[in-house]
Design a protein around this ligand. Sequence first.
Ligand code: PGA
Length: 261
Amino acid sequence: MPPRKRPFIAGNWKMNLTRGEARTLVAEVIRASRSLPEAEFVLFPPFTLLAEAASLTLGSPAGLGGQNLFWEDKGAFTGEISGPMLADLGCSYVVVGHSERRQFFGETDETVQKRTSAGLRAGLRPIVCIGETLAERESGRTWDVLKRQLDGGLAGFEDAEFRRLILAYEPVWAIGTGRTATPAQAEEAHAFIRARLQERYGKEAAECAIILYGGSVKPANAYALFRERNVDGFLVGGASLEGASFNEIAAEAVRAYKEVK
Ligand code: PGA
């Protein structure tokens, strides 16, 4: 049985918000991060807002990460952002392999692996996203897809590297659709992922791994999802754009955590 970990609540702002809007939201999240010390809050603003968010979160419990990175550290790669650049801004995390990157920007398991490797090299903790589409689920291929994405995305990482990774299970059919995986569906997938990680890295490392759920997480479903044994936190998209809903998700996860830990 994996030990219960304090809820890890990540807000993926995607391509949203301007500086003024971000300032208000960051201030609200910082307030919540102080009043809910049991939860770990991490924000993923677009690149344009990272510097602003970094100066606001400095000295607060709220962490910061990039939504993507390129696999080279520097050079002639117009439009790209590197791991050292994110680290230099004060980021500690980076999202890799989000399904929107896979769907719209040609991300593959191989490029996920390269970006994850670059994040580790820069001292960041990559959050590696995996998840099946609706067609894959309905044709009974969910476990094959998750296995392939895990094996490809994490290829070649050794024990010490693996321990710095965070996984996010994000069924594509649940992202931005309002259709959330049921707690039982999320738990089934998370348990599958942990079992697969155990085969590769052993029981102790797999049990310590943080596995987030993402896909239409809202205040109304966060409590039931976090009660599941293998759900260690959330990667929140739409509901992270409002301080009230994001913070309520964290509060609901903490409520479940206090009951089950
Ligand atoms: P959503 O997005 O919460 O808007 O469904 C989740 C994600 O894409 O990380």
